[in-house]
Design a binder for this molecule. Structure first.
Ligand code: 3PG
Length: 388
């Protein structure tokens, strides 16, 4: 893969596929991590006298111009970051004015395209659509690892049409760290997996079992595993149809000599009451929302001695204290380890921010689905397209 440093960017239209899919509330950006992560790439192109064209999606507007999914708030944000630069916003890159706008774009200027998913052609990877978009690219740079699992026009279609293509600094960083887990992780190698669903993690769990020494399971998905082991988990969220899969995973782990850690106690909610319970004490109305204190101790102890740790998914309903305890304690523990610690996927970044331990990790990925697919060992279409 070529990187930004491999190109002469001067005077070129540098099309950067970024992931500005940031959480918004009433037009306010709630978490700017993904934008901040892309700034080094943008700045590098500006300093190299390139013309920056930024392309991103936001949410899933399904080919319609849904105002709440406009990238305008990101445009306003970028204007404050690049105060001394010309930052422009293009509402419709297919309009006749767009061509003029592109012609007039000068070296060291930024042009942000409106949400690319406002067009149906994006998710369909329509060839004509990709061709129109490719006009904006002398050089194509993918700096959006987090969307590289989508075979969409701006991720796959455009790079296939452009000769000069490569990855940005953010993507480079993602690949550098994530390849440490996908390749040959230094052992002992432990994984902490949480979140609500076993169904979204089967691929990752199965693939990790080939390399792991320990697998620590928490979050609502642990309920499904506890059910697989014959425990009653009351009124908790359980994926009934995945109990068999959970059994299979437990069996496979045994065969592959991967030690599995499940909760030994829990914290439940029962008619507004919060109760700490042993596994055998769970009653019909109980909803398990967190791992218990004994489990926290057990999980923390089990992490000692690791050389590589990967973490995906919160251990409990951390958004709703006091059910944040397990997630915060485990986040702190992993952050305190001196080995390689990598986290990512879905809510994991929010959990780490919530626990204020970002700096304790070797690397925190901003990716959700792409993080999981990459860990599964899948080739991401957005990365493959850069090699063709
Ligand atoms: C993400 O948030 O994981 C990426 O931006 C991809 O978004 P998507 O799941 O809507 O494709």
């Amino acid at each position: 893969l070529k990187t930004l440093r491999d190109f002469d960017l001067k005077g070129k239209k540098v099309f950067i596929r970024v992931d500005f899919n940031v959480p918004l509330e009433n037009g306010k950006i709630l978490d700017d991590t993904r934008i901040v992560e892309s700034l080094s790439t943008i700045t590098h192109v500006l300093h190299s006298y390139g013309k920056v064209i930024l392309c991103s999606h936001l949410g899933r507007p399904k080919g319609k111009r849904v105002p709440e999914f406009s990238l305008r708030p990101v445009y306003e944000y970028l204007k404050t970051v690049f105060k001394d630069r010309e930052v422009k916003f293009l509402e419709d890159f297919l309009s006749p004015e767009a061509e003029k706008e592109l012609e007039n774009l000068k070296e060291g200027e930024i042009l942000l395209l409106e949400n690319i998913r406002f067009y149906e052609g994006e998710t369909k990877n329509d060839p004509d659509f990709a061709k129109a978009l490719a006009k904006f690219a002398d050089i194509y740079i993918n700096d959006a690892f987090s969307v590289s699992h989508r075979a969409h026009a701006s991720v796959v279609g455009v790079p296939l049409l452009v000769k000069e293509k490569g990855i940005g600094f953010q993507m480079e960083k993602e690949l550098k760290y994530l390849s440490k887990i996908v390749g040959k992780p230094e052992r002992p190698f432990y994984a902490v997996v949480g979140g609500s669903k076993v169904s979204t993690k089967i691929g990752v769990l199965k693939s990790l079992l080939n390399k792991l020494d320990k697998l620590i399971i928490g979050g609502a998905m642990a309920n499904t595993f506890l059910a697989a082991k014959g425990y009653s988990v009351g009124d908790s969220f359980v994926e009934e149809e995945y109990i068999e899969v959970a059994k299979e995973i437990l069996k496979e782990a045994k065969e592959k000599e991967v030690k599995i850690y499940l909760p030994v106690d829990v914290v439940v909610e029962n008619n507004g009451q919060v109760l700490a319970k042993g596994l055998r004490e769970i009653v019909k109305e109980d909803k398990v929302f967190d791992i218990g204190k004994e489990t926290v101790k057990l999980f923390c102890r089990s992490l000692d001695g690791a050389k590589t740790v990967v973490w995906n998914g919160p251990l409990g309903y951390f958004e709703k204290p006091p059910f944040d305890y397990g997630t915060v304690e485990i986040a702190r523990k992993i952050a305190s380890l001196t080995c390689t610690t990598i986290a990512g996927g879905g809510d994991t970044l929010s959990a780490i921010k919530y626990a204020c331990v970002e700096t304790g990790f070797s690397y925190v990925s901003t990716a959700g689905g792409a993080f999981l697919e990459y860990l599964e060992g899948k080739d991401l279409p957005g990365i493959l397209a850069l090699t063709k």
